[in-house]
Design a protein around this ligand. Structure first.
Ligand code: GLY
Length: 595
C-alpha cells in the first residue's frame, strides 16, 4: 500500500472510530460550545502532514503534540484540546503507540520522561527504565564458556526481558501532573484495539523484515503473521487482549501489571518462552519509578536538560556540546566538512567516556559533574585543534572522588524506540523517549503487548582482563540507555523539546538537532529533516541519498573511514519561541499537530 492510500485508509478508520467526527462533518459545523475536534481535527492532521511533506514546521499558539503515528497524535490532541495537561496527553499517546507502533514501545517496555513545570519552573526527570530480575547475574548474556552470546541469540525469548516500567511511569506522571480523569485517557486506544486500526506501511515493513523471529512464539506469530504470512499495510488489525490490558490499567491503575493477573501473564510468557528468563513475580512487585536529578549542560547561554544515569543520553549530548563550545559552529555552518569533523570527533570523545563510566548510578558511581566540568571539556576540545580526524580516541579522566577503574564497554543498542514531545496550554513541557529496545523487543507477547529485550542494553561482557565493566548485568540494576529526551531552556524558560529513537545514534541525532536549532537557527522541521552524519566509534555514517559525494570525500580526506547507510532517526521537536512550532522526522510516520 502506498503512503497516500494508507493515509486515505487511516482517515476513513479515524472517522469510523470517532462517530462524533462523522456526525459533525455532515454539516461541517461543530455544535455550539463543543470542542472543534469533530469538524476540524481531520483536515488539520492532513494539514500537518502537508506541512511535514513540504518541510515546513507546524504552527500553533496553545498546545502541541509530536509523536510517531497520526492516531497517537490525534489521541493526544483530543486530551489537550479538552484541557488536559501534557502528562494526561502522554498517557493517551503512549496507549495508542503501543497498539499502532508495537515494534517500538509499549506497556511491556520502559521510558524516560523530562518534565518542565510551568508553575514553578522546575525540571524533573522520571526513570521508568526496565530492571534486571533479582536472579540475574553478570553471566546472563554469556555462554557456558563465559563468551558473549550472539546478539539475537540473547534478544529473542525470555532471557532479555527486564521488568517493564512504562505502565508505572504513565501512572506516576499523570498522578503528579495530570488534571483529567485517568480512566478516560485510554478511550481512544481501547476503541482502536477493539474496532481495529489500519496497519501502517512502516509497521508492515518491519513485520516482513522480522518475520522469522516473530514466528518463534505462537502468540506473537498469530498476531503479526496471521495465517503464517506477514500482516500487510492497510489491514485492519484488532487486539482484544491489549484492549483488556488497557481496561485494567484504566480501571485499576498499574497494580494488575505489577502484582495482579497481568503480572502473572508476563511471568508465564517469560518462563514459557523459547529461552526462558529469570523474571519472577517478586521482580514485578518490587518495581518502582525513580525520580532522578536532571542532568543539565550549558551551551551558548542555553541549558540543555535531560535524563541522567542510567541513561547516557544527557551526559553524552552535554559533553559533546561542551567540547564544541570553544568552536564557532555558526561561522562554520552546516555544510562545511570541518563542522562535521568537529561534531563527529566530539561525539567520539563523549562515547569513549560513556563506554567506560556510565551505568546505573544506583550500582556504579558515575562522575556526572566531572564529566560535564567545562575545564575538563575544554581540555578534551583541545584534542580537536588539528584539522584532521582523531586517530585514537581514549576515555578521559574526569574529576571524581572515587576510584574509576572500569573496563570499556562495547555498544550493541539497536534502533527501535519512539519519542513524544508535548506542550500543553498551561505552559508545561514533556519530552519522553519510550522503548521496548530492539524492533519488536524480545518477540515475546503477553496480555496483548510485546515484552522488551532491554537487558541486552547491558554489556554482554562482565569484565575485561579482570577489570569489571560498569554496565555489566547485576540483580535489580537498570541497563545503560542512550535515550536522550531533552528540554532546552533559555534563562529558565523552555525553548525546545526534542528526542529521537535510534539506539546509541540517538545521541548524535539529538546533538545535531540542538546545534541546528541554536547555532544555525533552523526551524524545528528543518532541524529534524537535515541529512545525518554520525560518528560514534570512528566510522562516519553518512545518510544514504542525502549526503553529497563532496562531503563524503572531504571527510575521507581528513582521515575518516566513511560508510553510506540509512540513518533512521525519529526526531520529534517542538520549539516554544514566538508561538509553538512542531517538527516531525520525515524518515518516519509521525506528525506534529497543535492549535
Ligand atoms: N534501548 C535503547 C536505549 O535505551 O538506548
Amino acid at each position: 500500500m502506498t503512503v497516500s492510500k494508507y493515509l486515505c485508509f487511516l482517515a476513513a478508520s479515524v472517522l469510523a472510530a470517532w462517530p462524533v467526527w462523522a456526525e459533525e462533518r455532515a454539516d461541517g459545523v461543530a455544535p455550539e460550545g463543543q470542542t472543534a475536534i469533530g469538524a476540524a481535527a481531520q483536515p488539520e492532521l492532513a494539514a500537518a502532514q502537508a506541512a511535514k511533506d513540504a518541510g515546513r514546521p507546524v504552527a500553533a499558539e496553545e498546545w502541541m503534540v509530536a509523536a510517531a503515528h497520526p492516531e497517537a497524535v490525534a489521541a493526544g490532541a483530543k486530551i489537550l484540546r479538552a484541557g488536559g495537561t501534557a502528562a494526561d496527553a502522554m498517557v493517551a499517546v503512549q496507549a495508542v503507540l503501543g497498539l499502532v507502533e508495537p515494534q517500538s514501545s509499549g506497556l511491556g517496555g520502559g521510558a524516560f520522561l523530562v518534565w518542565y513545570d510551568a508553575k514553578n519552573g522546575a525540571v524533573t526527570t522520571l526513570d521508568g527504565r526496565e530492571t534486571a530480575p533479582l536472579a540475574a547475574t553478570p553471566r546472563l548474556l554469556q555462554d557456558e564458556a563465559g563468551e558473549p552470546l550472539g546478539f539475537f541469540e540473547a534478544v529473542v525469548g525470555g532471557l532479555s526481558v527486564g521488568v517493564p516500567g512504562t505502565p508505572k511511569l504513565m501512572e506516576e506522571a499523570q498522578a503528579r501532573w495530570g488534571r483529567q480523569d485517568w480512566a478516560g485517557l485510554f478511550d481512544d486506544a481501547i476503541r482502536l484495539a477493539e474496532e481495529g486500526f489500519a496497519v501502517s506501511p512502516r509497521m508492515a515493513e518491519s513485520v516482513a523484515r522480522d518475520a522469522e523471529r516473530l514466528a518463534v512464539h505462537p502468540e506473537t506469530a498469530a498476531y503479526f503473521l496471521p495465517g503464517g504470512a506477514p500482516i500487510k499495510a492497510g489491514t485492519r488489525l484488532r487486539n482484544p487482549a491489549y484492549a483488556e490490558s488497557l481496561r485494567a490499567l484504566a480501571q485499576e491503575g498499574s497494580a494488575p501489571f505489577y502484582t495482579g493477573r497481568l503480572a502473572k501473564g508476563i511471568v508465564a510468557a517469560v518462563k514459557g518462552a523459547a529461552k526462558p528468563g529469570a523474571l519472577g513475580l517478586v521482580d514485578l512487585a518490587l518495581y518502582e519509578v525513580k525520580e532522578r536529578a536532571p542532568v543539565c549542560a550549558p551551551y551558548r547561554g542555553f541549558d540543555v536538560c535531560g535524563m541522567g544515569p542510567p541513561s547516557s543520553g544527557a551526559l553524552a549530548v552535554g559533553q559533546a556540546l561542551g567540547i564544541l563550545s570553544p568552536y564557532d559552529m555558526t561561522g562554520l555552518g552546516p555544510n562545511n566538512p570541518q563542522t562535521w569533523r568537529l561534531i563527529g570527533d566530539a561525539t567520539r570523545l563523549a562515547f569513549a567516556d560513556r563506554g567506560r563510566y556510565v551505568a546505573d548510578s544506583d550500582y556504579v558511581p558515575v562522575p556526572v559533574e566531572g564529566m560535564l566540568d567545562q575545564r575538563y571539556l575544554t581540555d578534551r576540545a583541545e584534542l580537536l585543534r588539528p584539522q584532521r580526524a582523531l586517530e585514537a580516541v581514549e576515555p578521559g579522566t574526569p574529576e571524581f572522588d572515587h576510584a574509576l577503574n572500569w573496563a570499556d564497554d562495547e555498544d550493541r543498542a539497536a534502533p527501535s524506540t519512539s519519542h513524544i514531545s508535548i506542550v500543553d496550554a498551561y505552559g508545561n513541557v514533556l519530552s519522553m523517549t519510550t522503548t521496548i529496545e530492539n524492533g519488536f523487543g524480545s518477540r515475546v507477547m503477553a496480555n496483548g503487548y510485546l515484552l522488551n529485550n532491554e537487558l541486552t542494553d547491558f554489556s554482554f561482557r562482565s569484565h575485561r582482563d579482570g577489570v569489571p565493566v560498569a554496565n555489566r548485568v547485576e540483580p535489580g540494576k537498570r541497563p545503560r540507555s542512550s535515550m536522550a529526551p531533552t528540554i532546552v531552556l533559555w534563562k529558565g524558560t523552555p525553548v525546545l523539546a526534542v528526542g529521537s529513537p535510534g539506539g546509541s545514534r540517538i545521541i548524535p541525532y539529538v546533538l545535531s538537532t540542538i546545534i541546528a536549532y541554536i547555532d544555525w537557527q533552523m526551524d524545528v522541521q528543518a532541524a529534524v529533516s537535515r541529512p545525518h552524519m554520525v560518528n560514534r566509534f570512528g566510522v562516519f555514517d553518512l545518510e544514504e541519498g542525502r549526503v553529497s559525494q563532496g562531503m563524503a570525500e572531504a571527510l575521507a580526506g581528513m582521515g575518516f573511514e566513511t560508510r553510506v547507510r540509512g540513518l533512521n532517526s525519529g526526531l520529534h521537536a517542538i520549539s516554544l519561541e514566538g508561538g509553538l512550532r512542531g517538527g516531525a522526522d520525515p524518515r518516519r510516520e509521525g506528525l506534529a499537530y497543535g492549535e
